[in-house]
Design a binder for this molecule. Structure first.
Ligand code: HEC
Ligand code: HEC
Ligand code: HEC
Ligand code: HEC
Length: 456
């Protein structure tokens, strides 16, 4: 009798302990030679759920993009999509609505009384998102290949993508007896519920800390990764596996995790994926922080950011590689100011006491490579409190003089704003109109459209 009770209690205990585990059946696929341990383990039941969530959206038939008037002839505020025929423009607005705000409709981004104004932050963000999506499809082909991405890849019919991340507040020191936990022993989703240190995202998908474990030499002469760095690397690996719904063997040969020879080609794709996520977070999402209302920001006031799961959502290729983007030509090339800036500008001069930045034709937007030209100069100003910056804008000789002068001034103001945004007091940054602002006669020479900054 007692043993029966004991048996029942044991069964109950086992059931409660196993409740956290996946129920069988568990299946596996062999990905390498027999006996090499190269197999992927998966559970058909969880797989079915993930498959359901990764169905591609319907595609509306394309409109004849040359038919009818151009959007820019009908509307006033279409710097990105003005080149489209009005039929394709409208088709794309409808598609964006389905992808991002199907319940809310057009008014999620627009004031119906004035479609052209930019009062709603959602419209401002959406415009930058269009540029980001174009940038992914044009400049990150070594990751997204011909499959590409649309807004739906991340948004899946929701205004805020299901999988985003924020910085984690520093962990409280329990007691000094235990010391600094280094973020450990908090089972968090971001490291696959392991007890690894938290927040590998900030280190690797925003910052560019070296990914790696162990030393490359027998004696501690070469690079020696600390235990902490090793755990952080494993934290990222847990996220990548989780985000793609795969095992480590999807990208690694279990014989040697470190060497690239013998790693499946997917590891190379993943290498580019890490750099791409980092680029999107730094170049697009972080700079949008001020555009978002505070209820959209994280506990440390940072904007929602992208990781592998934002696009992949538990699958090795988003939506199993369904090629949706190719049906939306407006997402396959860079348009608007991004295209102009990318268009043959020389690299910026980026010195500690002098920077020269170049602008696209008719544009006063400081972005891409050009925006990086101020970093060194700003750190000089930050370390030398008496130093001042002098900014001069130049313009070309083609077109109307008054408009050109205004443009040169707008550009100089943009550069001043960027320096002030870098933490330098406005009083230390002066706009100095050059004696000869008109740079050359051709106007085609990109050097004519420049701003010079010198530290004095
Ligand atoms: C996710 C945000 C978003 C949604 C939803 C959206 N739009 Fe837009 N809309 C934009 C952006 C961004 C622009 C500016 C495009 C550019 O910069 O070229 C724009 C521009 C327009 C313009 C041009 C206005 C002008 O005068 O300059 C019209 C018209 C328009 N949209 C119609 C619609 C309609 C109709 C819908 C619903 C079917 C819709 N939009 C849904 C973001 C959105
Ligand atoms: C790589 C992933 C990704 C892609 C692709 C993407 N977005 Fe986003 N989007 C984000 C993230 C991350 C946010 C920030 C979430 C938030 O709003 O807090 C965001 C926010 C937004 C918001 C603000 C929503 C809100 O309510 O705060 C809009 C509008 C938006 N995106 C529109 C678009 C449109 C339109 C496209 C396609 C042209 C697009 N996005 C493509 C990741 C993406
Ligand atoms: C989606 C592909 C992918 C998956 C899945 C993956 N890794 Fe990695 N792993 C990489 C890439 C790419 C690098 C190199 C990153 C870099 O150098 O930027 C790497 C690096 C590593 C390193 C560091 C090697 C060194 O140079 O010191 C270790 C260790 C590692 N992975 C272990 C794992 C483990 C354990 C798992 C399973 C939990 C895993 N990885 C899952 C792609 C992957
Ligand atoms: C902006 C969306 C996006 C983000 C973010 C993203 N990926 Fe991808 N990834 C894709 C697309 C789209 C493909 C499909 C490309 C193709 O068809 O070859 C892909 C393909 C891959 C593949 C190749 C799969 C195969 O079967 O060949 C790997 C591996 C991968 N991604 C890993 C990652 C990792 C790791 C991260 C995060 C560090 C990441 N991705 C972030 C969109 C994304």
């Amino acid at each position: 009798m007692t043993s029966r009770l004991f048996g029942a209690a044991l069964a109950l205990l086992a059931a409660s302990l196993l409740a956290g585990c996946e129920r069988p059946p568990v299946d596996s696929v062999q990905r390498g030679y027999r006996g090499t341990g190269m197999e992927l383990v998966y559970n058909p039941r969880t797989e079915a759920k993930v498959a359901l969530a990764n169905q591609p959206p319907p595609v509306t038939p394309p409109a004849d993009s040359d038919a009818g008037p151009k959007a820019r002839d009908l509307y006033k505020n279409v710097p990105l999509l003005g080149h489209l025929g009005v039929a394709e423009f409208t088709r794309f607005m409808a598609a964006m609505t389905e992808w991002v705000a199907p319940q809310e409709g057009c008014n999620y981004c627009h004031d119906p009384a004035n479609m052209g104004d930019d009062k709603k932050y959602t419209k401002v963000v959406a415009r930058r998102m269009i540029e980001m999506t174009q940038h992914i499809n044009v400049d990150w082909k070594n990751h997204v290949a011909a499959t590409g991405v649309t807004c739906y890849t991340c948004h899946r019919g929701k205004a805020v993508p299901l999988q985003v991340w924020f910085k984690t507040p520093p962990q409280k020191n329990g007691s000094n007896f235990i010391g600094d936990l280094a973020g450990q022993n908090q089972p968090m989703k971001m490291v696959g519920m392991s007890s690894l240190t938290v927040d590998p995202y900030s280190l690797y998908l925003l910052g560019d800390q070296t990914i790696g474990i162990g030393a490359t030499t027998a004696l501690p002469t070469g690079h020696v990764a600390s235990i902490l760095q090793t755990e952080q690397t494993y934290g990222l690996m847990m996220h990548m596996s989780d985000g793609l719904g795969v095992n480590c063997t999807f990208c690694h040969n279990t014989r040697n995790f470190k060497t690239w020879e013998g790693s499946p080609p997917q590891r190379t794709a993943a290498w580019h994926g890490i750099r791409m996520a980092r680029d999107l977070n730094n170049a697009y999402l972080e700079p949008l922080t001020k555009s978002f209302p505070s209820n959209r920001l994280g506990p440390l006031g940072d904007v929602a950011k992208v990781n592998c799961a934002t696009c992949h959502q538990g699958v090795y290729k988003p939506m199993y590689g369904a090629q949706i983007a190719k049906n939306y030509p407006e997402l396959l090339e860079q348009t608007g100011a991004a295209a102009k800036v990318a268009d043959g500008l020389p690299p910026p001069t980026a010195g500690p006491t002098r920077s020269v930045l170049f602008f696209g034709v008719g544009s006063s937007t400081l972005e891409g490579e050009q925006a990086k030209g101020l970093t060194q100069l700003i750190s000089t100003l930050a370390t030398q409190p008496k130093a001042k910056a002098s900014i001069s804008g130049y313009h070309s000789a083609s077109g109307e003089l008054a408009a050109n002068q205004q443009l040169a001034k707008d550009r100089a103001v943009k550069v001043r704003d960027a320096i002030v945004a870098g933490g330098i007091a406005p009083a230390r940054v002066a706009l100095d109109k050059p004696l000869q602002a008109e740079a050359n006669l051709s106007g085609e020479d990109p050097a004519a459209r420049r701003v010079e900054v010198t530290v004095k």
